[in-house]
Write a protein that binds this ligand. Structure first.
Ligand SMILES: NC(=O)c1ccc[n+]([C@@H]2O[C@H](COP(=O)([O-])OP(=O)(O)OC[C@H]3O[C@@H](n4cnc5c(N)ncnc54)[C@H](O)[C@@H]3O)[C@@H](O)[C@H]2O)c1
Length: 321
């Protein structure tokens, strides 16, 4: 069975590819390295069942010919669409970023699935599709959905396009709504940001917002494990799952202090104002994973333990580079 992964050189893509190879599946992956890197692929490149091509997925002609080559060599049975813009503020500053990397990559993937007759898609969606629903627990069937970032809007539009494609031609679609995912190889995110800031200026750490923003954090190894569990145990033609820790999460203050204690214990932490890190940031959300629990999967780490583990890993990544 050959699985195709978009965004394979990114944070989640590399971990997913490693897990699928470990299960004995063949993996073909594309990435344009806008955020992922060749270095992230080092561990995968040594496996003869892994193939990679550098491809710009918004360029449908380039995408089509690369996929045709891969599909001819070894028919692709399933597509895991992980490529997207992962810089939410960049997408607020310029809406074209998410139109291209978050939506058009999905749109083009669906077009090519139809052309090549690939029936199954697994999609990396996001808690950002829910917008800011305050204290209301985010369950999969809550609505109406009004995202507050272009990133969230283009993820929701991608889910909608996938749903329509299931009606017309796909056999199966799995929509995974991730919370904040942490671990290595870190390409973006609050932990990497704090580690880099403290390495550059060890005396102080400037934090966006007042540090009270509270979210649930999931380690990437658990995320991959949960996605594969859903793939193995859910039989619906179209299904969607929140994946996250089984708690209410931790604050940005907790993360800042954990990174400070690990990297530069004497540093002063300077908080900004307001409870939003940036426009489009959702300050607090309560993420329900009841549907996933009912399917028999449970995270081993809580948000705090996942953060501590990821901080150690990201510090190691940044000091050995
Ligand atoms: N990491 C998280 O906390 C998180 C949370 C919610 C959703 N997600 C989603 O999970 C998926 C993976 O995220 P990640 O954290 O690994 O991000 P990432 O940036 O590390 O990986 C995305 C990869 O896609 C590639 N890519 C982007 N646009 C492309 C294009 N036009 N053509 C080819 N390649 C392109 C990038 O180079 C990168 O390697 C994304 O869809 C993201 O939106 C991630």
């Amino acid at each position: 069975m050959t699985v195709f992964i978009t965004g394979v050189a990114g944070f989640v893509g590399t971990n997913l590819a490693a897990a699928l190879l470990e299960r004995g599946e063949r993996v073909v992956g594309f990435d344009n390295f806008c955020r992922g890197s060749e270095a992230n692929l080092a561990g995968l490149r040594t496996n003869p069942d892994f193939m990679f091509e550098r491809v710009e997925l918004t360029d449908i002609a380039a995408y089509r010919s690369a996929l045709a080559r891969a599909h001819e060599a070894d028919p692709i049975t399933e597509i895991w669409h992980m490529a997207a813009n992962s810089d939410i503020p960049a997408g607020i500053a310029d809406p074209h970023v998410d139109l291209g990397d978050t939506f058009m990559t999905t749109f083009n993937t669906l077009l090519l699935m139809r052309e090549f007759g690939v029936g199954t898609i697994a999609f990396a969606s996001s808690s950002a599709i829910y917008g800011d629903l305050g204290e209301r627990p985010l369950v999969e069937n809550i609505g109406p959905l009004f995202p507050i970032s272009n990133y969230g809007a283009m993820k929701l539009a991608s889910e909608a396009a996938i749903s329509a494609a299931v009606e017309s031609d796909l056999e199966r679609a799995l929509l995974f709504r991730f919370p904040n995912v942490i671990g290595v190889p870190a390409t973006h995110g609050v932990i990497l940001d704090f580690v880099r800031k403290l390495q550059a200026t060890p005396g102080c750490l400037d934090v966006l917002g007042d540090g009270t923003q509270q979210k649930s954090y999931l380690h990437v190894e658990e995320l991959v494990d949960a996605m594969l569990h859903i793939r193995d145990h859910d039989n619906a033609r179209l299904s969607c799952y929140n994946i996250g820790a089984a708690d209410d999460g931790v604050t940005v203050r907790f993360i800042a202090e954990t990174v400070r204690d690990r990297v530069s214990p004497q540093a002063e932490i300077r908080y900004g104002e307001g409870n939003r890190g940036w426009v489009g940031d959702v300050p607090k959300f309560v993420y329900s994973i009841d549907k996933l629990l009912a399917l028999g999967w449970r995270p081993k780490l809580g948000s705090a333990a996942a953060v501590r583990r990821a901080v150690d890993q990201v510090v190691e990544q940044e000091t050995t580079q």
